[in-house]
Design a protein around this ligand. Structure first.
Ligand code: GLN
Length: 494
């Protein structure tokens, strides 16, 4: 019998509908795979076996009656940032110890309404702050990929490192993730998976633990472009509970996947050609452009002149919002409480013990840039820069560009506890150089695996689209996926 955990999400859905196998069988298959892999990969922080079996049985009953939603019986992993009723939700932080919400996030509720099955909660950087999944209270996630002939552990990227590793290692049919500055796209690129950050407002943020509210967006990480389109169709939608969610019909994204790129104009921003970028990535970028041209797209050089300010501006705006959002964790309302001699001391002890180093760094930066004396010099300026970045993209789209192609990351996956990154947080922040611009402008961006480096590690390309035009991104990403024609399954060593 075929291994039911080695099917695409689309094939799983179809097989369930055809009654080739049951949801319980697929679910048991994934639970076994997780039990075997998790001690090595650390992708899941909580496995909800009982809930998964109950959901799968309910799906099987519906499927037997010829009923069921778009994802009926399909087992998914959920990033620990999404509130799941009665189930571990800690944003991979110590400060949320034992927190089990009384409510369900809108995105996960949408998935359950469509019949999906929850396998458990996925590891991530603490409060989604990081690019390597090393800031998690639960320890790092290990990338299922290793360099050829090398047994060194690599990072899966972050902050959605658990989501990316679980999809890549066949520990779920697809996963939810979130992206504030690259946290869907960078881990997707590091693990040979597909990740899309939709347009800001496409998915509800209600019940997603807030990091930087004006940048946070949920999206899927999946194995193929089609799978990510199927998942996003279920995740997205207007939600009255999130005032920034947009009241717009959600297209059937999967229907756009095979639409092709004929007649599209693909922009190539010269500012994304960075000094010191590995030749392999430059080459991959060129290849991607050739593939799109071969399918009838036109390629055009464009300029996004404010690109170089995006990263510094992001590292003002994101920490500023984070410092405000994280003020609620004070030992009173949620999770951890460390007793003190009075209430102020209790707040201080709790926050000192409950937050990790990177989260504390962000809170301090954010508090500083928002403080009375520095607000205009930092925060207000960064907001102005943000407008200029957005305008760069608007100008390109107004000139007839349909989508923009860039590398997804400036390198392939790097080692766990990389000395350079550990000693200088700015080096770690540079991972997001190609992805943060998209969050600052609120645009959709997709990372698609497109090639491998000299060590056989996956490399991704990014496509950036017009607001609410995820369909073009799926279509163009599919062209790249097909042209690359590679198997992005890591060799199993765990
Ligand atoms: N790596 C970026 C950061 O640390 C982005 C994180 C994210 O997108 N959640 O802030």
């Amino acid at each position: 019998m075929t291994d039911l955990t080695k099917l695409s999400l689309a094939a799983t859905r179809d097989g369930l509908k055809n009654k080739d196998f049951t949801a319980l069988e697929v679910t048991e298959g994934y639970l076994d795979a997780i039990a075997a892999a998790n001690p090595k990969l650390n992708a899941y922080v909580a496995v909800t076996g009982d809930e998964a079996r109950a959901m799968a049985k309910a799906s099987d009953e519906k499927l037997a009656r010829g009923e069921g939603g778009a994802l009926e019986g399909v087992p998914l992993g959920i990033k620990d940032l999404f509130a799941t009723k009665g189930v571990h939700t800690q944003a991979a932080s110590h400060i949320l110890d034992q927190f089990k919400p009384e409510y369900e996030s809108s995105v996960t509720q949408n998935l359950w309404n469509d019949g999906a099955v929850m396998l458990g909660k996925l590891n991530m950087d603490e409060f989604a702050m990081g690019s390597s999944n090393e800031t998690s209270y639960y320890g790092p996630v290990i990338n299922p990929w290793r360099g050829e002939g090398d047994n060194k552990d690599l990072v899966p990227g972050g902050s959605s490192g658990g989501s990316a590793a679980a999809v890549s290692a066949w520990l779920c049919a697809g996963a939810t993730a979130t992206d504030t500055g690259g946290s869907i796209r960078q881990p997707a690129a590091f693990t040979g998976t597909v990740g899309i950050k939709p347009t800001y407002g496409r998915c509800s943020r209600w019940g997603v633990v807030a990091f930087a509210s004006s940048l946070d967006q949920a999206g899927p990480i999946a194995r193929t472009v089609e799978d990510s389109a199927i998942m996003l169709t279920s995740m997205a939608g207007f939600d009255a509970k999130d005032s920034t969610s947009v009241d717009m019909a959600v297209p059937d994204f999967a229907a756009a996947v095979e639409r092709g790129v004929k007649g599209l104009v693909i922009g190539v921003p010269k500012e994304y050609r960075m000094d010191g970028m590995p030749a392999e990535i430059e080459k991959l970028w060129q290849e991607g452009l050739e593939w799109l041209k071969a399918e009838g797209a036109t390629v055009r050089d464009i300029s996004l002149p404010h690109t170089k300010y995006a990263l510094p501006a992001y590292y003002i705006v994101a920490p500023a919002e984070a410092s405000s959002n994280l003020a609620r964790y004070d030992g009173v309302k949620y999770g951890l409480r460390v007793p003190g001699k009075d209430i102020t001391d209790m707040y201080e002890q709790t926050r000192a013990e409950g937050f990790g180093r990177e989260v504390k760094r962000r809170i301090m930066i954010g508090t500083y840039v928002l403080s009375a004396g520095y607000y205009d010099a930092y925060y207000v300026r960064a907001q102005k820069v943000r407008t200029l970045i957005k305008r760069d993209f608007e100008n390109a789209f107004a000139d007839g560009v349909d989508a923009i192609l860039t590398p997804a990351t400036p390198s392939a996956a790097f080692g766990i506890a990389d000395q350079e990154m550990a000693s200088d947080p700015v080096k770690m922040y540079l991972n997001d150089i190609f992805t943060v611009t998209v969050n600052m402008a609120g645009l959709p961006g997709i990372a698609v695996p497109a090639g491998k480096d000299g060590q056989g590690l996956p490399l991704g390309l990014q496509l950036i689209g017009k607001p609410f035009d995820e369909e073009t991104l799926f279509a163009a990403a599919r062209v790249i996926e097909r042209a690359a024609g590679m198997d992005f399954t890591p060799e199993k060593w765990w």
